[in-house]
Design a protein around this ligand. Sequence first.
Ligand code: SF4
Length: 306
Amino acid sequence: MMKQSYYSFSEYLRERFNCRVQRISINAGFNCPNRDGTLAGGGCIFCNEKGFTRFPGTTLSLQEQIASSITYARQRFKAEKFIAYFQNASNTYADPRRLREVYDVIREFPDIAGLFISTRPDCIDEDKLDVIESYAADYEVWIEYGLQTIHEKSLVALNRRHTYAQFQRAVVATARRKIKIGSHVILGIPGETGEEMMLTARAVAALPVAAVKLHNFHILSDTPAQRLYEQGRIILPGEADYVRLACDFLEYLNPECVIMRLVSSARPDILIAPQWMNQKQKVLDAIEREFQRRGTRQGSRYESKE
Ligand code: SF4
């Protein structure tokens, strides 16, 4: 097997926990201000609630979701420890008392070692950070903020309804705490040039962001993006273009930044395009080959501030 040219999440977990750790996704039933009418009703143009990998629209309790995922991960991956990943919608979109009630469920499962919370950068404040940081004594705690891009025109085109400045503020406030920060970024946003994507890479690299999750822009059914795609108004990068963009992006990152994901995946029944992304291993191999061809790796173009 080729040595990876980037700092993968699995490598990070092995170093950190010294055993097989599996992340388990949880749907805590949170909504999103961009879907419930507070900011907008339609959500981001690419968002389909069914796209969250596990338990979309579930009626299972949190305990049932966690127990069934732990049983599965123990059998399938021989996992010994688990990370509770609050994934669906915006997982800090409630008052702090409610957040504690929800996150406290993990205390019922002694083999959970981490609390990971995915949310929007405009759904956080000091009171919520107090709650989240209180778990850091017992758990590895992360917040993953959806940024997607630093460019306001793209944030508007995606109907994100938050700004880059809000992301910066959330990162600065979170970095003062015992909480690690992850950031979600999309490559191939319609209308963005490669240069603009690399400005996002450099901006993320200059912030105290400990991990990046890269997504390729893709089209799910029943989304505004599907309509635009079918009207020919969205052009998606091909696989080879995406591979080059992903390598470029990683070259600008800090070599110590954990790469939580390099390419999206989606349920085949709701994925409209591109189909190549669901052949994940093939894309990962192509990214590795591209790094070998260039003789570079993650961080090759990183500009350290020290
Ligand atoms: S912020 Fe997240 S949950 Fe809300 S509409 Fe956008 S992608 Fe969907």
